[in-house]
Design a protein around this ligand. Structure first.
Ligand code: GUN
Ligand code: FE
Length: 433
């Protein structure tokens, strides 16, 4: 678009219109008639006011005639961050929600995941889940794959091909008494983890304490530590699970302590659920800098519990939202936003003094909060100069959307159909080429 000024990269695109995002201090900030410039490296080069167009065009080196003007009923928001999603489970999303967690895993999840040894099956499901989540506005996803290294690498390649920012976890599990062929030995799990992690943006993934021997947990903690890697797992999702962990790890003071003892609780750890964590355990999360992924659709669908998000935030523990497909039946982060609000309101119904989450706070959890939970907030999560331009162009009056045009000036209930364009690091990734 313009020649480079000095040593900074040239401006590639400038957008003018409404921008909505969160900052650490303001849950929802609305910038009206703003100008945002994206450079040739996909980073936000400047944010200014529309009235500063002439000044900015001169100082940043772009032509005012090339500015892309949003329509009146359009705005940009940051791309959403799904902090917990099982890519293989997309193949049965929306079904099999009639059993509690541990039986659900044995009956549905493990048999399906074992099929991902077949790379063609994996390719077909992984392509669908990446395309679907991108269309739904998930610009960053933290995936569980399966125990199969090659299929997990394929998931990394597919996210890369479609331009989704992703952490990809090869699942590690050396205990499975229900589907005996769907597990590895501890040695295989370690060797395969070391083969897989240099080739993707990796997240070390012990499935959960019930699927991993103490030896495997310890070795995975060491691999993560020695290579400064992200870690993800599940914690305190159901009461039954917490009780089994107590029996299996009698020397640990709590479920959190099991992970802590094995060096799996770090400032690059994200743990899903945490519905039944105690305040003492939340204090350990705070001390270590580990974060939680709140997955309300899954927690309700599997009757697992309800996370008290307000209490987590009061403990100053980092928290993002997750779809947890297929414990959660929806691959949409907008659904995660709505379920988060619903759960918070159910807690308020039960306890009228409960400090209900506001929609502004939940918007922040779906965007900036998720990037913080994944320790990626230095380069994504909101519209700050220097960060990558990960953004959704939302058209409240999209022709295929759920709102009638005559109601454009009325209160609005948007859904995924209102997301008309998706950008990751400045590159338009939706609509697909
Ligand atoms: N705990 C261990 N594995 C899983 C899983 O695949 N989904 C959920 N929701 N919880 C788990
Ligand atoms: Fe999960």
């Amino acid at each position: 678009m313009a020649s480079s000024q000095g040593s900074s990269p040239a401006i590639a695109h400038v957008y003018r219109g409404t921008f909505v995002h969160s900052t650490p201090h303001t849950a929802l900030q609305i910038l009206e008639d703003a100008l945002l410039g994206v450079d040739t490296e996909g980073k936000i080069a400047f944010i200014g006011k529309g009235e500063e167009l002439n000044k900015l065009s001169q100082s940043c080196g772009f032509s005012p005639s090339e500015v892309i003007q949003l329509a009146q009923h359009e705005f940009f928001m940051p791309g959403m961050v799904d902090t917990h999603i099982h890519a293989p489970q997309y193949s049965y999303a929306g079904t099999a929600l009639d059993l509690p967690l541990l039986q659900w895993l044995n009956t549905y999840t493990f048999p399906v995941e074992s099929r991902f040894k077949d790379l063609e099956f994996a390719r077909s499901v992984y392509t669908q889940v990446v395309k679907r989540t991108l269309r739904n506005g998930t610009t960053t996803a933290c995936y569980f794959a399966t125990i199969h290294t090659d299929a997990s690498l394929l998931l990394g390649k597919i996210t890369n091909d479609f331009g989704q920012r992703a952490l990809v976890g090869k699942v590690c599990m050396d205990i499975n008494n229900a589907v005996k062929h769907y597990k590895e030995t501890s040695e295989e799990s370690q060797e395969e983890t070391c083969r897989w992690y240099p080739l993707v943006k990796p997240v070390v993934t012990p499935r959960f304490a019930l699927s991993c021997s103490a030896d495997l947990l310890e070795q995975l903690g060491a691999i993560a530590k020695n290579n400064n890697l992200h870690i993800q797992s599940h914690i305190s999702e159901t009461i039954e699970e917490v009780n089994v962990v107590k029996k299996l790890f009698p020397d640990s003071e709590s479920y959190t302590d099991v992970y802590l003892k094995h060096n799996l609780l770090t400032d690059k750890t994200v743990m899903a659920h945490g519905c039944h964590l105690t305040d003492e355990e939340l204090a350990l999360f705070r001390e270590t800098g580990a974060s939680l992924s709140h997955c309300p659709n899954s927690n309700i669908s599997l009757c697992s519990g309800m996370l008290n998000v307000r209490n987590v935030l009061n403990h100053k523990v980092k928290l993002g939202l997750g779809t947890d497909v297929a414990g959660g039946y929806s691959a949409s982060m907008l659904d995660a936003v709505r379920r988060t609000l619903d759960t918070s309101k159910v807690l308020t119904i039960q306890e009228p003094d409960y400090c209900t989450l506001s929609f502004e706070e939940v918007f922040r959890l779906a965007t900036l909060g998720g990037s913080q939970a994944l320790s990626m907030d230095d380069h994504t999560g909101n519209f700050e100069v220097g960060k990558d331009f990960d953004a959704l162009r939302v058209n409240v009056a999209a022709p295929e959307g759920p709102i009638d045009l005559v109601q454009v000036d009325e209160p609005k209930v948007c859904d995924d159909r209102n997301i008309v364009e998706v950008y990751v690091a400045g590159r338009k990734v939706v609509p697909f080429e």
